[in-house]
Design a protein around this ligand. Structure first.
Ligand code: HEC
Ligand code: HEC
Length: 505
């Protein structure tokens, strides 16, 4: 990819990736990010500086090879610091089963990008990086969950889309409540960004003051609180921050202060392993990473030459994708009304009213009136490419439509679906439903194999064939296609790639 270069340093937009991945040494100290500093920068009219600081620090943190003295790993028991397999059997004082919050798995790595590594740093992971979980501490391997590593690119996009969908759903619930107060009862069909989430039935139980009963059993693919949870294979986390807190604890054995306060949750002798500012930095970094792209897009920009036959197959595959029903779950396109990502978010359900340790986030400087923020249409530091025409093009940013609105090609409806018995988890410790999975985003899917929640699919064709349950009919439609048409559909998926302008892959 020598036909273009990343943004010139002089623009001041090119952050640490221009310098190249840092090979962090264990002894190299990582200074905790101070949330109060980020807060002060925003409060003093320097939001860009706060964003830049958070992004760079998040970059360093995801790459950093933590050492024991910094608290990586955990007191597993048997003298061990790491384990690939949950050890609910180790129940002695301070051992695996005694850690708090309760471990789901691990600790099993010393850096985030040990797993998030394929095809490039911050990407997905091979099956060797699968994570094994036992959230209910059964100690029974037959019940363990297995999870394949997902990519971390542009995760501000799914969070913002989820936030806007939830706001739409809140509004519909409020309207239904109002209508029930007026008329006694009201049923509303919930939809957000064109996606249907079933029905809510509201019944008035007391007239003055109006008290209502809300019946949520008609909801589909979403929790009763109407919070769209866009992260995790199960769709069990609403925010990057909450996922990151859990990942740091379970995978790396690093308990953030916001998780456990000053306590030593994994009995490794180290406390305050990640600061509130560190969590903000990690969140901002993953939110602002470059978005996955399409090969056809690179072709149009002159960054790649796509053979004519392949371009035709991709276009035909896109039509098939819609025609046989893939697009009914893997929604190809959604528009964002407000493309500004904020940490903390302003949307109820997407910020911590209290941290898990019980403390007030504002006491740590994490305030909703001074969030670290960036405009997803322009501010991402990576993949600002120079075209042959001499023009700079911001490939890393969110695409926009003719009105300047952010347009996301995330290929999910952000709903959970029953995927059938064959794909089902062996147990349901989270109470979500063993066969229920969030429609997996297909952004970058051409670069992220192996596929599916446990990495069982070694090809995209296998991934499609494994669809069952609510997707069974669509899968049958795929099976019924002639060979050539199936190949076109796969070509369409292979068009969706992860791309770093100065990396070759
Ligand atoms: C041992 C491997 C491993 C390590 C280390 C690891 N992750 Fe992950 N990561 C995973 C797996 C597996 C998943 C999918 C988990 C799931 O859905 O339950 C995941 C998912 C995620 C997601 C959700 C993405 C999405 O779109 O749903 C985020 C965010 C994330 N990781 C951040 C991090 C951060 C930050 C670190 C370092 C603090 C980290 N991970 C370390 C394996 C790892
Ligand atoms: C009923 C909703 C639904 C329909 C219809 C559907 N999918 Fe999926 N898809 C999902 C869910 C949920 C997952 C995650 C399942 C899992 O990992 O167990 C998924 C996963 C995938 C994956 C793997 C993604 C990854 O990163 O591992 C691919 C590829 C995929 N779907 C393609 C398709 C194609 C092509 C079609 C049409 C033939 C289709 N899907 C139809 C819901 C659906």
């Amino acid at each position: 990819m020598s036909r273009f270069s990343r943004c010139p340093m002089a623009l001041g937009l090119c952050l640490s990736l221009c310098i190249g991945p840092r090979t962090a040494q264990a002894e190299e100290a990582v200074e905790p990010v101070r949330q109060q500093l980020l807060n002060d920068l925003v409060a003093n009219g320097r939001p860009g500086a706060a964003f830049k600081h958070a992004f760079e620090a998040g970059d360093a943190l995801t790459e950093f090879n933590f050492a024991a003295e910094q608290g990586v790993g955990a007191n597993i028991g048997e003298g061990r610091r790491f384990t690939r397999f949950p050890r609910a059997d180790l129940k002695g004082p301070g051992e695996w089963a005694r850690h708090f919050p309760e471990r789901e798995g691990g600790a099993n790595a010393t850096r985030c990008i040990s797993c998030h590594s394929s095809p490039i740093a911050n990407g997905a992971g091979g099956v060797a990086m699968n994570v094994v979980l036992d959230p209910n501490h059964t100690g029974d391997p037959k019940l363990y969950l297995e999870r394949n590593t997902t990519p971390l690119f542009a995760l501000g996009i799914p969070q913002r889309l989820a936030e806007e969908m939830t706001l739409e759903l809140y509004r519909q619930r409020d309207d239904a409540r109002f209508a029930a107060c007026e008329a006694g009862a009201s049923t509303v069909k919930l939809t957000a960004k064109g996606v249907s989430f079933g029905t809510l039935s509201v019944t008035r139980t007391t007239a003055t003051p109006c008290v209502v009963d809300i019946e949520t059993s008609g909801l589909t693919g979403i929790d009763a609180d109407l919070v769209v949870r866009p992260f995790g294979w199960k769709g069990n986390h609403a925010t990057l921050r909450s996922f990151t807190r859990a990942a740091a604890h379970n995978e790396l054995g690093l308990q953030g202060t916001e998780l456990v306060g000053g306590a030593d949750g994994d009995f490794d002798g180290v406390t305050a392993e990640l600061s509130v500012g560190d969590m903000t930095a990690l969140t901002i970094y993953m939110a602002a990473l470059e978005r996955p792209v399409r090969m056809t897009e690179l072709h149009d920009l002159g960054l790649l030459t796509l053979p004519e036959t392949q371009a035709r197959a991709i276009a035909a595959g896109e039509d098939r994708f819609a025609a046989i029903g893939c697009a009914s779950c893997h929604t190809p396109q959604m528009t964002l009304n407000d493309p500004v990502f904020r940490e903390p978010s302003l949307v109820p359900g997407y910020f911590d009213a209290r941290f898990p340790d019980g403390s007030d986030p504002t006491g740590h400087g994490l305030r909703r009136d001074t969030p670290v923020s960036f405009d997803m249409r322009v501010d991402q530091p990576n993949n600002l490419v120079m075209l042959d025409t001499g023009k700079a093009y911001h490939l890393g940013a969110l695409e926009v439509d003719s009105e300047g609105c952010g347009v996301a090609h995330w290929f999910t409806d952000f709903k959970r679906h029953d995927m059938g018995a064959a794909l089902s988890d062996p147990s349901d410790p989270m109470g979500i439903g063993a066969a229920m999975f969030l429609t997996r985003s297909l952004a970058g899917v051409g670069s992220t194999g192996p596929w599916l929640h446990d990495g069982r699919a070694t090809t995209l064709n296998e991934a499609i064939l494994a669809h069952g349950g609510e997707a069974a009919q669509t899968r049958d439609g795929y099976v019924a296609l002639p060979d050539e048409a199936r190949a076109e559909l796969v070509a369409f998926l292979e068009n969706l790639i992860i791309y770093q302008a100065d990396a070759t892959h």
